[in-house]
Design a protein around this ligand. Structure first.
Ligand code: ADP
Ligand code: MG
Length: 363
């Protein structure tokens, strides 16, 4: 069992202010949990406290049913893979992997067998006698993985392990790590600042901002039901459009729910057309500011009198027009309060919809 729990964990470095503030986090046994958030939000600190490389200032860390606050890093059953793989340049791949077994008092023959088994899993068998400088970036990353795996830890933790790799290799390693997690069934805790990596790899995502958990949920839950504006804007490319309600009020009539300050919608949920078509939705006449044709999709930056925003369309690009009609279906709108928290309304929080839409058409 290697469920991990942080209970009321805070961390301050020296006398500075807290970088983790009263964090409560449950990581399920066998999950692939991704901690994601902007640089400096406390991801590495959280990982390092779980691994025992950093002491907590207050609170408790549990691994399985053991309180580990006082347990040394080497005794926590955790293996860690970092961004710079920290391989020994003078040792062969075999030596580097075997190094993971140092201090474990395992007989030589058994060690050899364990190293070879792991090398097979990460596809390094042919490279066992080579040195790191003769390997590609991806192969080196796999050596680092193998060295962590050979210890058969209960939990793997990864701190931005792919950020030094080029885009193509990163995509390949992402797939490899997902497969590896499936094969091992061990708990993975993975840190990244890259929301695409988080969405594609995690079965559970924890979004952090300034030492606080903004939301923890499965990727599609986060995408469809963001708890607040921070999460709504952090996940998805381009980010969710968020417009102040004061600018929309003139278009869609009186807002009946006083809690609402902002309305959001994702670029991919806005329909863009050259002619107005009656659709049930928030309607905004716009001008195209820029257009990027990306092959399967087109990305527009448009300007309306409620503000500038993005539209992503999977139809043919609208070439040779500037004036466009943008409609967002009502069910794709998100509402946020003055603090940025999501407001869930029963039905639509507007009045006089049709009237204003018709006026707009006449303009
Ligand atoms: N050893 C340290 N001493 C003082 N401050 C630190 C130390 N390590 C991290 N911090 C500060 O703690 C905050 C969180 O850092 P970190 O956990 O590394 O963030 P992330 O990994 O999300 O980028 C940052 O403001 C950082 O400057
Ligand atoms: Mg970090």
């Amino acid at each position: 069992m290697a469920k991990i729990q942080l209970k009321n964990v805070s961390k301050a470095y020296g006398n500075n202010k807290k970088v983790i503030d009263n964090m409560n986090l449950d990581i399920q046994d066998g999950s692939f949990t991704v901690l994601v958030g902007p640089s400096g939000c406390g991801k590495s600190t959280t990982l390092r406290m779980i691994a025992g490389l950093e002491e907590v200032t207050s609170g408790e860390i549990w691994i399985g049913d053991q309180l580990v606050n006082e347990v040394a890093p080497g005794k926590r059953g955790i293996s860690m893979v970092f961004q710079n793989y920290a391989l020994y340049p003078t040792m062969t791949v075999r030596g580097n992997i075997e190094f993971g077994l140092a201090n474990m008092k395992i007989p030589k023959a058994k060690r050899k067998k364990m190293v070879e088994e792991i090398a097979e899993i990460v596809d390094l068998t042919e490279y066992l006698d080579k040195r790191p400088q003769n390997l590609s970036g991806g192969q080196r990353q796999r050596v680092a993985l193998a060295r962590a795996m050979v210890k058969k830890p209960k939990v793997f933790i990864f701190d931005e392990p792919l950020s030094n790799l080029d885009a193509k290799l990163r995509a390949q390693m992402r797939t490899e790590l997902i497969q590896l997690h499936k094969r091992l069934g061990t708990t993975f805790i993975y840190v990244t600042h890259d929301q695409v990596e988080a969405m594609s790899m995690g079965d559970e995502i924890v979004i952090l901002d300034k030492g606080h958990i903004m939301q923890q949920a499965a990727p599609m839950e986060i995408y469809h039901h963001p708890a607040n504006q921070f999460v709504a804007k952090f996940i998805g490319t381009p980010a969710m459009n968020v417009l102040p309600i004061s600018m929309l009020e003139r278009k869609i009539g009186k807002i009946t729910d006083e809690r609402i300050f902002h309305v959001g919608f994702r670029p991919e949920h806005a329909n863009i057309q050259t002619t107005y078509q009656m659709n049930a939705g928030l309607y905004l006449p716009c001008n195209i500011v820029t257009m990027e044709t990306l092959g399967s999709e087109t990305l527009y930056l448009v300007n309306s009198d409620a503000g500038t925003f993005h539209v992503k369309s999977f139809h043919n690009p609208l070439i040779g027009t500037e004036k466009v009609h943008v409609t967002i279906p009502f069910e794709k709108l998100y509402f946020f309060d003055s603090e940025g928290n999501r407001v869930c309304t029963d039905g639509l929080p507007f009045e006089n919809l049709d009237v204003t839409v018709k006026e707009e058409v006449l303009v």
